[in-house]
Design a protein around this ligand. Sequence first.
Ligand SMILES: [Zn+2]
Length: 395
Amino acid sequence: MTPAETVMKRCDVLAACTEEPGSITRPFASEAMRCAHRFVEQWMREAGMTVTRDNIGNLRGRYEGAGPGLLLLGSHLDSVRDAGRYDGPLGVLVAIAAVQRLHDAEKRLPFAIEVLAFADEEGLRFGSTYLGSRAVAGKLEDAELRRTDPDGVTMADAIRRFGGDPEKLGDDRWSGARPIGYVEVHIEQGPVLEAIGLPVGVVSAIAGQSRYEMTFSGEAGHAGTVPMAQRRDALVAAATFVSAVPAAVHGDVVATVGKLSVKPGAANVIPGRVEVSLDVRSPDDRTRESASHALLGLARRQSADIAVQITPVSERAAVACSPRLTALLSEAIGEGAVSVASGAGHDGVYMSEITDIAMLFVRCKGGISHNPAESVTEADVAVALDVLSRFLDLL
Ligand SMILES: [Zn+2]
């Protein structure tokens, strides 16, 4: 079996570690995660790594080097509900396969490699993202531990039941010398590589993101008795705004209204209030800020007799990938290497707090992710693995 075939088979094996038979749902600190850990721990050991599990529940495999430096590789093992099999696990398994090659060749690099299999990136169980990488970056606050899952189990209890000590999450924090970097292989989750016909691409930056909640307020009324000219229909104003969004953003900005709640929400009542979500992203923070500003202005101008209230929900700056590591990844790909921005967030966002980051995207079919239809080819995985191996040599 080729190494890429092994990676594909292992993605299938992990897909069977799920809370819901017939689909893939692998939340933080669950039995499904314990199942995944049993396999991943075994594969790490076979690749010559020593394996530990930290308190938050990250599995860490370490392959010693001939010198003192350290390179971090990895991705996450948790999933969304009814997920695909590659978002997360692919990065962990390609990293293990790259170490396996070194081990098979009895080769030690001048630096050690630690493969981090993160416990939680998607935040399915507790509605909070990046638990694994935040613990490593030392950015996990104690208040998080009081979050509860849908069954009322606190995060502290979930960690305890999984075998960690919630009082000692500080120990998970990276405390050694600054690592050389953190490099993650991940499916693209978008259609760009497929459109240009390339198996892999180097990530330039992880986009920053602004989220808002907007409330359009008009006046509810009887659908049969209020004449059209005298209505203050909040949905008409909100819908006009939503349909104007695509033409209002330019360049590498993406903006999405993904949630709409119409009140009172009855067929025979004129909508009096509409709540609208807005998500704006760009790899460039200034561009994102000015696009957000323009969109909020557009919402406010919708209609003179509709009040628009805007509440900022969250804001995250873009994270640039390291020019040095990115250049080495491009060199490892060779001629025609392309760079793509990541519109989705990744563990690298928090890993960038402790070291330089770089990411390699792997083409996925139709750009589909967070969906059972998620698909990558063995040939593309083989390319990604070769690129990562060459990158290690160049480094
Ligand atoms: Zn992911």
